[in-house]
Ligand binder design. Structure first.
Ligand code: SF4
Ligand code: FES
Length: 265
């Protein structure tokens, strides 16, 4: 197996690296006031990811005895939904359909100033620096984002035929990685795109039908209880979404909720 190594620095390759100025949000904990702090990032390779660039800054901070900048990350492959940074005011940075862990420093030029902030939403309180608590999204899923099935032996793979269009729609909606960029980008801090994606995923499949309308009401109620705003069709959510979830999942959510509400009367 080939070992994966971090890109060598430009200095190690005898090339000049980029020099950047970072303005980074620092906040000790949820109760403390935060502020922007300026750092210099030197010898940055265009091949580094944005998070690798922050690693370089943190190594320097640690060597000089300072507290490194806290930020969320895990897979660094665009699949886990852990990374969550506002870069120059854009959720996940300027590239469409790209998580900030897959954003590369070649997007920037030598001498640039880059602002790095946490997701801004009342339902996502800051834990430290750039790390926010996105447990509210987990609680929306816990309210109904599942199907109830008797456990036991799995049935044969093709026992339940699913029309291709339905399978594709469910699969596209299931691409949501729960990063919360849609909330951070929305002026109303609405979680409608996230919730709509979860509802569309399960509501497009036969296994999701028995609980479909109960699920829609429960997840919408939880979304409201968490303090997320309402959708006013601005569309920033879908534009910021690294998985390019389309806004029509919100239409499906609203249609399911309307139908559920009518049957409850
Ligand atoms: S809908 Fe898109 S932006 Fe929102 S949580 Fe899912 S992947 Fe992230
Ligand atoms: S770290 Fe997993 S999606 Fe970015």
């Amino acid at each position: 197996m080939t070992a994966v190594t971090a890109p060598s620095s430009p200095a190690e390759r005898g090339q000049p690296g980029m020099r950047l100025t970072l303005k980074v949000w620092r906040q000790a904990d949820a109760a403390s006031p935060g502020k922007m702090v300026t750092y210099e990032a030197n010898d940055i390779s265009p091949d580094m990811s944005f998070l690798e660039m922050l690693d370089v800054v943190n190594e320097q901070l640690i060597l000089s005895g300072e507290d490194p900048v806290a930020f969320d990350h895990d897979c660094r492959e665009g699949i886990c939904g852990s990374c969550d940074l506002m870069v120059n005011g854009y959720a996940h940075g300027p590239r469409r359909g790209t998580t900030v862990c897959q954003l590369h420093m070649r997007e920037y030029s030598d001498g640039d100033t880059i602002y790095v902030e946490p997701w801004r939403a009342a339902s996502f309180p800051v834990i430290k620096d750039l790390v926010v608590d996105r447990g509210a999204l987990d609680r929306i899923v816990a309210a109904g984002g599942f199907i109830s099935v008797p456990t036991g032996s799995p049935q044969d793979a093709n026992a339940l035929p699913v029309p291709k269009d339905d399978a594709d729609r469910a699969m596209d909606a299931a691409a949501c990685i729960g990063c919360g960029a849609c909330v951070a980008a929305c002026p109303n801090a609405s979680a409608s795109l996230f919730t709509g994606a979860k509802l569309t995923h399960l509501g497009s499949l036969p296994q999701g039908q028995p609980e479909r309308y109960r699920r829609a009401l429960a997840m919408l109620d939880q979304m409201d209880a968490e303090g997320f705003g309402s959708c006013t069709n601005i569309g920033e959510c879908s534009a910021a979404c690294p998985k390019e979830i389309p806004m029509d999942v919100i239409s499906q959510m609203n249609a399911d909720v309307r139908k559920a509400s009518r049957s409850r009367r």
